[in-house]
Ligand binder design. Structure first.
Ligand code: ADP
Ligand code: MG
Length: 139
């Protein structure tokens, strides 16, 4: 059975553009409950660890630089079938391919600067949530 938690980040360019409130509003309006929420910034080495799974991909260095370039919002979200439901809400990695009404269609600047992260599996959602949040920061 699919799990009910996912992990997200509002990425640096979307925070810098002042879109965090609008993005969180779309998330909550789509039926996700906020379990944990934090305004923080990844160091370069933390961003490198977070995206370790992508280290062989050609865009890894660019991705790590970008994710460490400014503050982000990190959150744990709860909904039935959370991982897939949230991937539907954010849309395709490349905003040019993202469906109408998705967060990336509305807010992403490019395939790299695509406004939000969403976990790709229940297992990674748990790992990513644990990267940012202790038990007492979850409600
Ligand atoms: P998603 O975030 O949709 O799960 P991936 O896990 O494949 O996408 O990639 C992780 C992140 O790396 C993307 O959200 C995006 O910020 C960046 N990225 C992916 N593909 C590219 C690319 N071809 N060029 C630059 N950055 C990319
Ligand atoms: Mg991914």
């Amino acid at each position: 059975m699919a799990g009910n938690k996912t992990f997200t980040m509002i990425k640096p360019e979307a925070v810098a553009a002042g879109n965090m409130g609008k993005i969180l509003d779309m998330v909550i309006a789509s039926g996700f409950r906020v379990v944990a929420l934090k305004y923080t910034r990844l160091s370069h080495s933390e961003a490198g660890s977070f995206y370790e799974v992508h280290k062989e991909r050609p865009f890894y260095g660019e991705l790590v630089d970008y994710m460490a370039s400014g503050p982000i919002i990190a959150a744990v979200l709860e909904k039935d079938n959370a991982v897939l439901s949230f991937r539907d809400l954010i849309g395709a990695t490349d905003p040019a391919q993202a469906a109408e009404g998705t967060i990336r269609k509305r807010f992403a600047e490019s395939k790299a600067k695509n406004a939000v992260h969403g976990s790709d599996s229940d297992e990674n959602a748990a790992i990513e949530a644990a990267f940012f949040f202790s038990g007492r920061e979850r409600f």
